[in-house]
Design a protein around this ligand. Structure first.
Ligand code: FE2
Ligand code: FE2
Length: 353
């Protein structure tokens, strides 16, 4: 069976458009508030980072064509379905980042922020384009232009954008580098050549995260007082979403020779270590209650999928109960003790993984 038979191009675009709790979203924000950001307190580090964006050492890397003859794809139809789902959600989140950064670039007058957004949009656009090439090779295509017009946009306050995009850039880095290092040790599991690109890819994401860290450190009101409650909220929401979503793709992790739970906790450890550069608190992901609550959210997600398929009054009633149970589990996670973190003097970090 080939990929076209499973996912014709049109339905793949539709899949990317579907808004579910776990699907990547498209955002708009208050651009005037971004104009007020002051970069001066971190000027030296900011200029060093911008020089790195300007040098763009990864430029050639994403122009290289994938050599499918030297690295043939090895996938069963079941794996192919999950892998396509993974690629479609990845291309959507890369593209959603690209659109957000482009929109900010277009609407702000602050020259530091405008220049940064142009570089980040450039990177996300090449990431999305690269995934799309891999999708094309599998016989499917996501029409990115159509996606931009048809997707619903969510308004997000600027500070939510800083917390959420910072975390998603750093988690993106942690995910890509963990997979890349694992496949370096076990090349027999490299079932698709796109994994060969992950190292340079994750360096782009890492740099994006550094930029957002500098913005937050330069504007410390974002990191204190009541905002600590928002930071805690985004940490839990992002970690929990990743855990639940990764566990919906068992074939993918089996093919990679990885256990999704072990993988996720490794990614949490790396992300937690990195976020010490900016967040005044970290989550204790080794707390047994934390782990039990994530498992509970995973089970509730499965129950929700089953109830949705069942449909009708009974299915809807079940879904309402599941929504309440999920909210309570999230509240339980939210009330767990966190760890205080004293911010280091220097913000920029060298990737150490
Ligand atoms: Fe990206
Ligand atoms: Fe990024």
């Amino acid at each position: 069976m080939n990929a076209t038979a499973i996912h014709p191009a049109r339905s793949t675009t539709e899949q990317a458009i579907a808004d579910t709790l776990l699907a990547p979203r498209f955002y708009r924000t208050d651009y005037k508030a971004l104009d007020k950001l002051n970069i001066e307190p971190v000027r030296a580090e900011w200029d060093a980072m911008m020089a790195e964006f300007e040098r763009d050492e990864n430029r050639g890397h994403f122009r290289k064509a994938i050599d499918y003859e030297a690295n043939p794809i090895r996938m069963t139809p079941e794996l192919q379905e999950e892998f396509l789902d993974f690629l479609v959600s990845s291309v959507t989140s890369e593209y959603s980042g690209c659109v957000l950064y482009q929109e900010i670039n277009k609407h702000v007058d602050n020259p530091d922020i405008a220049a940064l957004m142009a570089y980040m949009a450039r990177d996300e656009s090449r990431h999305a384009g690269f995934i799309n090439k891999a999708l094309n090779h599998l016989g499917v295509a996501v029409d990115l232009g159509f996606l931009k017009r048809a997707k619903n946009y969510t308004f997000f306050k600027p500070k939510y954008i800083y917390y959420a995009t910072y975390l998603s850039e750093k988690i993106g880095y942690a995910r890509y580098i963990t997979i890349f290092r694992h496949l370096e040790r076990h090349p027999e599991y490299r079932f698709h050549p796109i994994f060969n690109w992950f190292q340079e890819w994750c360096n782009d994401e890492y740099r994006h995260g550094e930029a957002l860290a500098l913005i937050m450190r330069a504007n410390p009101h974002l990191l204190g007082g009541g905002n600590k409650l928002w930071i805690r909220f985004f940490l839990i929401a992002v970690y929990a979403t990743m855990y639940v979503r990764d566990h919906t793709r068992p074939q993918l992790y089996q093919a990679l020779g990885m256990d999704p739970t072990e993988f996720d906790y490794r990614v949490f450890d790396i992300t937690t270590e990195i976020t010490r550069q900016v967040f005044p608190l970290t989550l204790d992901t080794d707390n047994p209650t934390f782990r039990r609550c994530l498992e509970r959210l995973r089970e509730l997600n499965l129950a929700n999928i089953a109830a949705r398929e069942q449909g009708g009054l009974v299915g809807n009633a079940k879904r309402a109960g599941i929504a309440v149970a999920s909210a309570l589990t999230f509240a339980r996670l939210y009330l767990l003790p966190t760890r205080h973190n004293d911010l280091p003097e220097k913000v920029l970090l060298a990737p150490a993984w």
